[in-house]
Write a protein that binds this ligand. Structure first.
Ligand code: MLT
Length: 407
């Protein structure tokens, strides 16, 4: 008799953003005359930067000619993109990351979800709360947790991120083996200082642990003192894997391109205590289960690093940050305590009531979609996340509607 992976039965019935999409579809089907503005899932709305579009066209033309056509590329990504990433995102910021430590992929969601496969199922997890639900759900699927009791899975060391700690959890006193950190943070929009990240690197060294550092939103950092990469912290090469994406940097949510950095100096241990290279394990996994990102998409991603691409992506992220400032101002003026939005495209709002109730209120009275904080964890209750990803006209209309609905 075929049997299922019963760890799936511990999960909530649907993924957070799928659940929200289902509720919004039910509402719009019942009220087709009431157009909804989506500030829920962080999905970009502005077109690809022109430099990326030109590169995409040129590469597509190459694929149309026998002489320049390409089939399978290297699973880890083409050298032209890995070299551009190493030079611009790392060497330029003083981080020693080699091109062959960079694995090009089709998204950070997939990479964050897949990376846990190379670790033992009995490692201790430390995961912030609130948090991007992929980190938790993929570990539940793998059997690394117990049952969900009162909104929290047994076996996870939760790192509470609250207004009291500025949404940056301090290192715990208890040991953990695999630590998830995300800065700029999804969902709170908080950033971590150099000293805070250094404390995490020291903790990981002390416990022979690994940090999984999600910096998908680094392009939104405007404060020059805030590190954009964990590798700006001394010693991080020996304890951290970093995830980055072109999705929110250059509008690639539909185009799909990201990368994961696994330094060759990073090691983890087998049951006998013998050290193994995580780069070798991830390379083994990647080459077995992935066939690379499409050549035209990698060419488009590489165009981000041209002078034109750099200017255009800065303008794009500036645009969303201006939206974020408008949202934060408007929600603050309505009397809510807000965090985030200055170095991140998310505004985290203390709505002082049940977060799904506030979600329903905005949907039914303002026709605006937000994300209920409870969907990100127990500490998210009482909050909602509003995303800055939309057109200026839609953001302005949404804020007018919210003000009218709450009056
Ligand atoms: C979010 O809204 O949290 C993100 O869009 C999710 C993602 O990038 O997968």
């Amino acid at each position: 008799m075929i049997r299922i992976n019963e760890h799936y039965l511990k999960l909530k019935a649907s993924y957070l953003f799928a659940d929200i999409a289902r509720r919004v579809t039910a509402y719009t089907t019942a009220h087709p005359d009431q157009p909804v503005i989506r500030l829920g899932i962080g999905d970009v709305t502005e077109p690809l930067p022109p430099a990326c579009v030109s590169a995409l066209h040129a590469a597509t033309d190459e694929m149309a000619q026998r002489a320049t056509f390409r089939g399978y590329g290297p699973e880890q990504g083409y050298a032209f993109l890995r070299e551009a990433v190493a030079a611009h995102d790392y060497a330029a910021r003083g981080c020693a990351i080699a091109p062959d430590e960079i694995f090009i992929s089709d998204g950070s969601k997939c990479d964050c979800g897949n990376i846990q496969e190379i670790f033992s199922t009995d490692v201790t997890l430390a995961i912030p709360d609130p948090v991007y639900p992929v980190y938790v759900d993929t570990n539940v699927m793998a059997g690394r947790t117990g049952a969900n009791v009162d909104g929290r899975y047994r076996g996870i060391l939760y790192l509470d991120s609250t207004a009291a700690n500025g949404y940056v959890p301090a290192v715990p006193s208890a040991p953990a083996d695999l630590i998830y950190l995300c800065f700029p943070n999804n969902p709170t929009g908080a950033v971590a200082t150099r000293a805070q990240l250094a404390a995490w690197v020291a903790y990981a060294k002390q416990h022979q642990a690994v940090i999984l550092f999600d910096s998908a939103y680094e392009a939104y950092i405007r404060d020059p003192a805030v590190p954009r990469s964990i590798y700006e912290i001394e010693g991080a090469r020996d304890v951290a894997i970093e995830f980055r994406s072109f999705s929110k940097t250059a509008g690639f949510t539909g185009t799909r391109c990201a990368y994961t950095v696994v330094p060759k100096s990073l090691q983890a241990y087998d049951a006998s205590g013998q050290a193994h290279s995580l780069h070798a394990l991830w390379n083994r996994r990647h080459t077995t289960k992935f066939n690379g990102v499409a050549y035209p998409i990698q060419k488009a991603a590489a165009a981000v690093y041209t002078p034109e691409g750099q200017g255009q992506t800065k303008a794009l992220t500036d645009f969303y940050l201006e939206n974020a400032a408008l949202i934060r101002q408007a929600m603050t003026a309505l009397g809510f305590a807000c965090a985030g939005g200055d170095n991140a495209p998310y505004i985290w709002i203390n709505v002082q009531r049940d977060s799904w109730e506030f979600f329903d209120l905005l949907l039914t009275r303002a026709q605006v979609v937000c994300t209920p904080g409870a969907g990100f964890g127990a500490c998210g209750e009482g909050h909602v996340r509003i995303s800055a990803f939309n057109s200026r006209a839609n953001v302005e209309t949404a804020l007018q509607r919210i003000a009218a609905a709450l009056r």
